[in-house]
Design a binder for this molecule. Structure first.
Ligand SMILES: Nc1ncnc2c1ncn2[C@@H]1O[C@H](COP(=O)(O)OP(=O)(O)OP(=O)(O)O)[C@@H](O)[C@H]1O
Ligand SMILES: [Mg+2]
Length: 396
């Protein structure tokens, strides 16, 4: 008998476990954001001057992923919007990763200024400088008072540099009597290194840190979300504790905690269970790790993949010399060019930046320095992805 009958039987018999799946979606913004009072107030304090027509300080928000930066900022913006009752007051929000490029970032911003409607800024075609000029002229001549939130600003800076930021942070007098205050959000502090010092000091007039959530805080956040999302008694406190503990094991990431609970609920529902048990959560966690690894690996160039696979052959870490031998053998086996050890080291650095391996320099006393290299992702998940890869499928 095929498994398909069993799947259909379970689907018919099982009661749905969710009453409101949306409440566990990443985009969902809850009405209150517990444990973020201090950050909510601090952002409100910085932006409040705009209500009486004064320019707020620029603000830089940072903190690890899933610590509530986007949720809190959007919450404050919506409150501010409700208070602001003049049309020359503009609260713009652009995610620079989703916009994916300088032009699209500016074009998305222009929508908030109604410049797109006026067909002043087409979807493509103008030079960046021209777009910046049109935006600046529009702010100036209409005396607009603008706050622009640039979420995931590190993407913009890493991929396209800081030209736009330079233009906007230096443009004070050009915009008067209008103004533009910037709020930058990032989960990666390294992006600061890519900024002109003048841009950095201007952008970080005010800074605010979002700390990771503790496991106890994650537990409370999950409890609230679970109440909205599931029928009563689907997510026991033991299940919630386990999700909070897993999500808090690296750093307190609320997104990961919420995703884990949602996926565990989906697993339980598919199995026709009446509640989420430990095995559902384990499977959900494995699936998330696999998806994360899969996504990160699939888009890598073939040499980066080969080096990553070579790293995974060593349990408990290795060094550059050993790794180079393993990598060279692997290249021969699968028939791709072998790079020099120096180039391999460069690529290791990229893999380190992506969080796939750790390649830290350790001192060996008089014998000089070497790299301690180890895998940072689950080996099972990695092997599964590689086994589905056309070049590497036969290699391991
Ligand atoms: N204090 C909180 N209470 C309830 N839910 C929260 C809280 N903080 C964050 N969340 C939820 O966790 C998820 C992730 O939060 P958010 O998107 O704000 O993270 P972030 O800091 O912007 O992360 P990233 O750096 O990856 O963009 C969202 O679904 C959000 O609603
Ligand atoms: Mg965010």
């Amino acid at each position: 008998m095929s498994g398909i009958d069993e799947i259909f039987r379970r689907a018919k018999e099982g009661r749905p476990l969710f009453v409101n799946r949306e409440a566990l979606r990443p985009e969902y913004v809850p009405a209150t954001l517990p444990f973020r009072d201090a950050q909510t107030k601090a952002i409100a304090q910085v932006l409040a001057p705009i209500l009486r027509g004064s320019k707020p300080s620029n603000l830089l928000l940072y903190g690890k992923t899933g610590t509530g930066k986007t949720a809190v900022t959007n919450y404050v913006l919506s409150k501010l919007k409700a208070e602001a009752n003049t049309s020359d007051l503009i609260l713009a929000y652009v995610n620079t990763r989703l916009a994916d490029g300088e032009y699209r970032t500016l074009a998305d911003f222009a929508k908030f200024l109604d410049l797109r409607k006026e067909k002043q800024i087409p979807l493509t075609g103008l030079a960046i400088g021209e777009v910046v000029d049109r935006i600046s002229d529009n702010i100036k001549s209409n005396k607009k008072k603008v706050v622009l939130v640039l979420d995931e600003i590190d993407y913009l800076v890493k991929l396209f540099g800081d030209d736009i930021l330079y233009a906007f942070t230096r443009s004070g007098e050009r915009l008067a009597p209008g103004f533009l205050a910037l709020v930058g959000i990032s989960n990666d502090l390294k992006f600061k290194e890519g900024l002109d010092p003048r841009v950095l000091s201007s952008l970080s007039e005010e800074e605010l840190v979002f700390p990771p959530y503790t496991v106890d805080e994650l537990r409370e956040i999950l409890t609230e979300r679970a109440k909205m999302a599931f029928r009563p008694s689907v997510a026991s406190s033991a299940a919630i504790n386990m999700c909070a503990a897993i999500a808090g094991s690296e750093h307190g990431d609320a997104r990961r905690a919420i995703d884990l609970l949602r996926i565990a609920g989906e697993v339980a529902e598919r199995e026709g269970l009446s509640e989420i048990d430990e095995s559902c959560i384990r499977r959900a966690s494995d699936k998330m790790e696999h998806d994360r690894v899969d996504e990160a690996i699939r888009s890598l160039p073939v040499q980066n993949k080969a080096i990553l696979l070579a790293v995974s052959m060593f349990n408990g870490g290795t060094n550059t010399g050993e790794l180079y031998i393993a990598y060279s053998n692997l290249c021969k086996k699968i028939g791709v060019e072998t790079l020099t050890q120096r180039r391999m080291s460069g690529i290791l650095g990229d893999l380190d930046l992506l969080g796939l391996v750790e390649a830290s320099v350790v001192s060996k006393g008089r014998r000089g320095r070497t790299k301690k290299i180890q895998l940072l992702i689950g080996k099972d998940a990695l092997e599964k992805t590689f086994s589905e890869d056309t070049t590497f499928g036969a290699a391991n």
